[in-house]
Design a protein around this ligand. Structure first.
Ligand code: GLC
Length: 602
């Protein structure tokens, strides 16, 4: 089916449809197709009156009671408005986009998969494709057609707040996985397919000091070898859209980089779909917004994610075309690409969202889908230490469970879950299991004592202490020294910018979260062997925690099916995960190399 998408974009019948429609469009209709607003700032009437090509939900922007039916009803109204034919309107169906990057995780009750960093450790490309297929069905169940995934970032500095969105520091793994994920999203039969988006073009994971939206100071060869290479795999798989990066390459913003966007991506790599900007990414090109718009369009951005100021965007672009600053050929190229994607995806042939086969599908958040996620959790776990064979644990043993992340489904899901910055507690991750709930299911006699205070009271055979990070997203997850340049979304990035509050200033867990080492030590002091389970979006410096624990498991951000952790701790399945990132020790040295991972037999 893969050649279907790539071939379809170029197929004569598609190009004829595109040419015929383009010839009938006026400038307002063309510019409307290039415009994407955020649902909180766009009504169906706006879609109708301004011919908008797309609407999105930012993280946590949800309709009604945030159930699939509410989403279907919302997009059905937008779609109907886009298809209105009164007043000589041209019916061009709208594309609705969401960040379904580890499941359709804005929506209540969704299956939440492990973030990419865990999937990279699982080393199971077939599983990636199955996850993508399930994700596509849970996107379609909400009447949505487009996800801003997969992320193709090759994170090279784990201080970056988006490390967890990267499969690996190894571009070969990223490319292999991205291709399978694109296939799972776009090539499923029975109309169970959605539009994928490879992001962020290009070099987002290679910025100096891992600063989010920062500057990748790398040679063209390094850019090609490490950051461009995975896009070749995704484009060969037929990815229909690419999102521009908010970062820079050697001091020049990607959103305004004509060489990268047009000459390399569309020319050398032959990308035939369309480029969408990132959230207000255009702003960063110049303090004067009108100038910024001109720069981004002429550089090669085709659709503009302009959540709240979409009307202003339309006004500037129209005046640029009318005074010749933006050639009509550039507008036609952008609209041609957008229409080709909509035709190739079959959007013109699909019924309205409310009447589509997968809308409100009962499989949403089902046990069948959650079993795929639980399998992914099992396969993603990496065993770093197992002194004295403390693992696997005996179900009948007296087990103490502790740690702030033991019974917190929100923390185990991480960012881009329910809300942009994620959530805390169990309530909002409906249908899932915390790591503690999975352990209790496997070993009913287990006792939960979050700070470990019960350690002296129970004559325990072993303890499981679940430690690590709380959720974060983007720059708010950076490990950055105070004052290092970072950005507030939408800020003007010309020189210095407002600093987003980083997660912390060190990768050392004992500094970031001293409560974790304290809990481990409280329990170990009672002579109880500790199995430490780290819930984090990246490798952290855990030398002291490693030393105090008998066993140590990297669980990454496992998602809603925390019970998958118990499946391995109690030996129902062996560890198979291998590090997709080298594990840092003291600054500059590696404690565990990429590829490391023990099994229960050593
Ligand atoms: C964010 C992210 C991007 C996401 C987009 C829409 O700022 O950079 O990955 O797809 O905005 O939420």
């Amino acid at each position: 089916m893969t050649e279907t998408m790539t071939a379809r974009l170029d197929a004569p019948e598609i190009q004829q449809e595109v040419d015929s429609l383009l010839a009938r469009m006026n400038l307002d209709q063309k510019i409307g197709q290039m415009t994407q607003g955020e649902r909180a700032f766009v009504s169906p009437e706006d879609v109708r009156d301004y011919h908008l090509g797309s609407v999105l939900s930012g993280g946590g922007s949800c309709p009604g009671d945030n159930l699939p039916a509410d989403w279907v009803a919302m997009n059905d109204a937008y779609w109907a408005a886009s298809m209105a034919e009164e007043d000589d309107r041209l019916p061009i169906p709208l594309l609705y986009g969401v960040d379904a990057i580890h499941g359709n995780t804005n929506v209540r009750g969704a299956t939440v998969f492990p973030h990419n960093i865990g999937l990279g450790a699982a080393r199971d490309p077939d599983l990636l494709e199955r996850i993508a297929q399930v994700t596509a069905r849970e996107i379609l169940a909400t009447g949505v057609e487009w996800t801003f995934a997969p992320t193709l970032a090759v994170a090279r500095d784990v201080r970056w707040g988006r490390t967890y969105e990267s499969y690996s520091e190894d571009p070969g793994i990223v490319g292999a996985y991205a291709a399978r994920f694109v296939a799972g999203l776009q090539d499923a039969p029975d109309e169970a397919d959605v539009v994928a988006c490879a992001k962020h073009w290009v070099g987002d994971g290679g910025t100096f000091a891992g600063i989010d939206q920062g500057d990748a100071n790398v040679s063209r060869e390094e850019l090609e070898r490490t950051h461009i290479a995975p896009y070749r795999d995704a484009i060969a798989e037929g990815v229909l859209t690419v999102m521009a990066s908010l970062s820079s390459w050697n001091g020049k913003k990607c959103h305004g980089h004509r060489v990268l966007l047009t000459d390399v991506l569309k020319g050398e790599l032959g990308f035939r779909g369309f480029v969408v900007s990132d959230w207000d990414g255009t702003d960063q090109l110049d303090p004067d917004y009108a100038t910024a718009v001109e720069l981004a369009v002429n550089a090669g951005v085709d659709m503009f994610m302009v959540p709240d100021k979409w009307k202003e965007f339309i006004g500037h672009l129209k005046s640029h075309v009318q005074r010749g600053a933006v050639p009509m050929e550039r507008i036609d190229d952008a609209v041609r690409r957008i229409l080709a994607v909509k035709f190739a995806y079959g959007l013109f042939d699909r019924p309205r969202p409310a009447e589509r086969p997968w809308s409100n599908d009962p499989g949403f958040g089902s046990r069948e889908h959650r079993d795929v996620a639980r399998e992914a959790v099992r396969k993603s776990l990496v065993l770093l230490k197992n002194e004295g064979g403390v693992l696997p644990l005996d179900r009948a043993a007296r087990i103490l469970v502790a740690g702030k992340n033991a019974d917190d489904r929100g923390h185990q899901c991480g960012g881009f879950t329910v809300a942009w910055q994620g959530t805390t507690g169990n309530a909002q991750i409906e249908g899932g299991t915390s790591i503690w709930e999975g352990i209790r299911e496997a070993s009913p006699g287990a006792v939960l004592s979050v700070d470990g205070a019960e350690a002296g009271a129970g004559d325990f055979d072993a303890a499981i202490v679940v430690i690590g990070e709380r959720p974060y997203a983007e720059g708010m997850g950076d490990i950055r020294s105070a004052g290092a340049t970072a950005v507030a979304p939408g800020s003007q990035i010309v020189l210095e910018t407002a600093n987003l509050e980083p997660y912390g200033s060190t990768l050392e867990l004992a500094e970031l979260h001293p409560e974790d080492l304290a809990t481990i030590r409280t329990i170990a002091a009672e002579g109880i062997p500790v199995v430490a389970v780290l819930v984090s979006g990246r490798p952290l410096v855990v030398n002291r925690e490693l030393e105090s624990a008998a066993a140590f498991v990297a669980a990454w951000l496992p998602g809603s099916e925390g019970a998958g952790v118990a499946d391995v701790l109690f030996g129902d399945h062996d560890f198979q995960g291998k590090l997709a990132f080298s594990w840092p020790g003291s600054p500059g040295d590696t404690v565990f190399p990429r590829g490391f991972g023990l099994t229960l037999s050593g």
